[in-house]
Design a protein around this ligand. Structure first.
Ligand code: COA
Length: 545
């Protein structure tokens, strides 16, 4: 059935929504621009050393004009030494793009930000990227250059710093497992690669060294001097020429950055071509423009959003076969095509009732039977509460939905459109339930509950305590509790905000809503291709002899 839209792009309400969303998007772009600015400021030093900047390397690696989906561009935004985006990104520019006609997962170390050092944001982002590599089976191409573990004072300020050292080691173990699983890892060692950084290079299947630039060692000259008293020359200790001709830690010796990237592209060109997953139906654009998604989300969050308005602007031909529409319109289930591939879609028009949870669970079983990718469009305040729904088994029905989502065997793709509170966040496949990808609109809010509700809960708890103790609080005590409630509300609102959550890798990135269809089509293709990618089965991986 072709969806009908009641959205009026010329209405003042739409215009207000569009203005607010445009401002959100601009705020995100501004943070990304500041990150880029930090990199550009490093330009003169990079030129002096004959090096390309990280994004210049990226541009040479990717096929010209091909799409690139960046992942977690704002990792670490507002955290540690970052306040406005300038040090964000987790020292990595990463995403899915095309190299020599093959779809690859690309990781470029941003050595222009704090030396590309490894901190907790960097480790979390790397682990997530590896998870993507395992799931998508995409070849992983890294352009590496890093000062290794972050040794400055900001590292000590991280309460998880001690654990980070061990957690970072997981990256190396997983590199070995990726290799054993037949997922190729091709790394250019553009510069410094000390200690952990050296392992990131050495555990790759193919290494490209850069003459006069690569410095690959377990301990660099200063550390060696401090540890053993040995005076060593960096070039002799771990230079490209030494590794290419003496130690054998590297397969190719390039003359400079550009030459190294040319070689990496050549190596990728020798990999098997991407599997072809033919669409099962003709690809049609939606009847309603995806550009209208800029004004679909109500600026006044108390106003409802009909999730069908989003679906109509995302799926092929705006066609949506709704499943059991007569049962609870607050949980919307149905099938549609995205880029010619059939997918199941679950969206919210409000809180999830027991009937809605049951409908979605049954729909998931049917989609699983057909092996369909599932798209979750989250906009829910959570599961409905109250005596009536509890008596009708809300706990067991909501648990059942969590069970179905957690154990779904096909690809799961989640778009956090707006509200994502409480167990609704889990049941609608947030990061917690392990979807293949999660992207968020700027209007997304993820939290245990809304700030106002949390504040009210704590106020009631205080009042119940006074009643229990038989205390009649004076005006000052009441004021203090009211103030505390305000702080709880403000705090939770801040914690749930999309840039705050994206900084903590609770999604794979923030989307301009207008890009939703393009991104989903790409991800559906990536997930379907993943099933068709060959693996070598368990081995010890590629070893260097
Ligand atoms: N921890 C924290 N910060 C580091 C760092 C580290 N390990 N290595 C480099 N940095 C920072 C520098 O303080 C500098 O910060 P700034 O931009 O705020 O000034 C920035 O990264 C760039 O370093 P700089 O030395 O100016 O650049 P460079 O290109 O001349 O040299 C390195 C880069 C990585 C070769 C050099 O900084 C170095 O040798 N670092 C130590 C590497 C090491 O031994 N690591 C062991 C970790 S286990």
């Amino acid at each position: 059935m072709i969806l009908e839209s009641s959205l009026e792009p010329s209405s003042p309400e739409y215009e207000g929504n569009a203005r607010a969303m445009t401002e959100y998007v601009a705020k995100i772009r501004e943070a990304e621009r500041r990150q880029l600015q930090t990199e550009l400021e490093h330009g003169p030093r990079a030129r002096e050393k004959g090096k390309l900047l990280p994004r210049e390397r990226l541009a040479r690696l990717l096929d010209r004009g091909s799409p690139f989906l960046e992942i977690s561009s704002l990792a670490g935004y507002g955290m540690f030494e970052d306040s406005d985006g300038r040090f964000s990104g987790g020292k990595l520019v990463a995403g899915i793009g095309h190299v020599s006609g093959r779809r690859c997962l690309v990781v470029v170390w941003n050595y222009a930000i704090k030396g590309g050092t490894i901190d907790s944001v960097n480790v979390q982002k790397m682990l997530r990227l590896q998870e993507i590599a395992f799931r998508t089976r995409l070849p992983l191409v890294s352009l590496h250059e890093s000062g290794g573990g972050n040794l400055d004072k900001s590292a000590a300020a991280d309460p998880w710093a001690a654990r980070l050292f061990v957690e970072g080691g997981r990256i190396y173990g997983q590199q070995a497992q990726l290799s054993a699983a037949g997922i190729p890892q091709i790394t250019v060692s553009h510069g410094n690669a000390t200690a952990g950084g050296a392992y990131q290079v050495a555990l790759s299947d193919v290494i490209v060294l850069v003459r006069g630039q690569t410095q690959l060692f377990l301990a660099g000259p200063p550390l060696l001097k401090a540890g053993t008293g040995e005076d060593a020359d960096a070039e002799e200790l771990g230079g490209a020429a030494m590794h290419a001709t003496v130690s054998g830690t590297g397969e190719y010796l390039a003359e400079d950055d550009a030459d190294a990237i040319r070689i990496a592209r050549q190596v990728v060109a020798e990999l098997p071509p991407d599997p072809v997953v033919e669409p099962t139906r003709p690809v049609e654009p939606p009847r309603y423009s995806p550009d209208e998604l800029i004004g679909v989300y109500p600026d006044d969050r108390r106003r409802p959003l009909r999730i069908q308005e989003v679906i109509a602007r995302v799926v092929d031909g705006s066609r949506f076969d709704e499943f059991r529409a007569e049962i609870d319109p607050a949980t919307v289930c149905g099938t549609a095509a995205l880029g010619g591939h059939l997918v199941g879609i679950i969206g919210n028009n409000g809180p999830i009732t027991p009937a809605g949870a049951n409908k979605a669970s049954q729909f998931l079983e049917l989609c699983d039977l057909k092996g369909l990718p599932l798209v979750f469009l989250q906009n829910t305040t959570g599961f409905l509460v109250g005596t009536a729904v509890e008596q009708s088994g809300q706990v067991k029905h909501s648990a059942k939905l969590v069970q179905h989502v957690a154990n779904y065997r096909g690809p799961k793709l989640t778009i956090l459109v707006g509200n994502s509170y409480g167990a609704g966040n889990y049941a609608m496949a947030s990061r917690a339930l392990d979807p293949d990808f999660v992207f968020a609109w700027p209007t997304a809010r993820q939290a245990l509950m809304g700030g106002a509700q949390a504040a009210k809960v704590m106020q009631i708890v205080a009042e119940q305590k006074w009643a229990r103790q038989g205390v009649e609080p004076d005006e000052r005590t009441r004021m203090a509790v009211a103030q505390q409630a305000q702080m709880i509300e403000f705090g939770l609102e801040m914690l749930s905000e999309s840039m705050f959550c994206s900084a903590r890798l609770m999604d794979d990135g923030l989307l301009d809503p207008r890009d939703t269809r393009r991104v989903l089509m790409l991800l559906v293709a990536v997930c379907l291709e993943a099933r068709a990618r060959r693996g070598t089965g368990p081995t010890y991986g590629v070893q260097r002899l």
